[in-house]
Design a protein around this ligand. Structure first.
Ligand code: NAG
Length: 305
């Protein structure tokens, strides 16, 4: 089963000329992030966050750069319960990990691929069974990858990677790939559409800006995609409508990101039934002073637009 969960280490690219158009009828100018009562046990950046489709959001690993090695990367798997706004530790990964990627099989199993641990790169795939909270190493991948994304299809691009992000439209079986691209390649980077049937990828130009400064967090359903943190517009999220191809920034109050304060390293999960985006942790730095903070906060943003 894992062999069919092929990792995409796409190197994709933005398209410099493709500045997003300010389109879309919905008013996204009033978004607010509400802070939850629950908190992460420690301030954490770049946690990998996955919604289970029901009432739980799982939070895997992440970085705690204010701690000494080897504690700098978290090995915790946390379960946030949406209805009760509570969080608890449910398991420990064998290694403290960050920048990996997680995919789920819909049966309660989550597969964490990669990425970095305190002494180097991890090429392990760990299976977390949320029914038993057991963790099993299930594979070792023959190459190293970071900032990757996953898809439950067999696709391996030929380009080397820098940091790729993507939306996956289950109903169309289409992936929207974008990100920082290969730092060694020349700009402009392209956006790539990947299609399962027939299995091919092609250059496309999404209304998603070439604005990534750092690791961004993305989440989507078949209609709406969101990017929170890591973007040049430090006080906003980016909203992409998969059905129409419209994309725009929406200012968000209540998050640490401000005009002069960059927010990155968040983990996010869209909860479609509530039309909410949950934001976990992250780190900010003042763009004038360079001073930074890492957060233990959990926020939600109602995005019923
Ligand atoms: C960033 O630093 C500047 C200079 O010290 C300060 O005026 C500003 O309020 C800081 N911004 C935030 C969001 O703390």
């Amino acid at each position: 089963m894992v062999s069919t969960l092929i990792i995409l280490t796409l190197a994709i690219l933005s398209f410099l000329g493709n500045i997003h158009r300010q389109v879309g009828a919905a008013d996204c100018s009033q978004l607010h992030a509400t802070k939850c009562l629950a908190k992460l046990p420690n301030p954490t950046s770049t946690p990998v966050v996955v919604y289970d489709g029901d009432d739980a959001i799982y939070v895997f690993g992440g970085a705690r750069s204010y701690l000494p090695y080897p504690s700098v990367y978290s090995n915790e798997i946390l379960k946030y319960a949406i209805s009760t706004d509570t969080i608890k530790l449910v398991a420990h990964l064998p290694l403290g990990l960050f920048l990996g990627t997680v995919t789920a099989d819909g049966l309660g199993n989550y597969f964490y691929f990669g990425d970095a641990y305190s002494l180097g790169d991890s090429n392990y795939v760990f299976k977390f069974d949320s029914n038993t909270n057991w963790i099993t190493p299930v594979a070792q991948i023959p190459y190293i990858f970071q900032y990757n994304l996953h898809m439950e299809q067999d696709f391996r691009p030929s380009d080397p990677i820098s940091s790729a992000f993507g939306f996956w439209d289950k109903s169309k079986e289409k992936a929207y790939l974008f990100g920082l691209g290969n730092a060694h390649a020349n700009r402009p980077y392209d956006h790539v559409g990947y299609y399962v049937r027939p299995d091919h990828a092609q250059i496309e130009h999404f209304n998603i800006p070439n604005d990534d400064l750092e690791y961004s967090a993305v989440s989507n359903d078949e209609r709406n995609g969101f990017i929170v943190g890591g973007l040049k517009r430090t006080d906003s999220l980016f909203w992409y409508q998969l059905q129409t191809g419209d994309g725009k920034y929406c200012p968000v109050s209540g998050l640490p990101g401000k005009v002069d304060q960059f927010l990155g390293g968040t983990g996010i999960a869209l909860v479609p039934k509530l039309k909410r985006v949950y934001v976990f942790g992250g780190a900010s730095r003042n763009l004038t002073t360079g001073l930074g903070s890492t957060y233990d906060g959990i926020w939600y943003i109602d995005v019923d637009m």
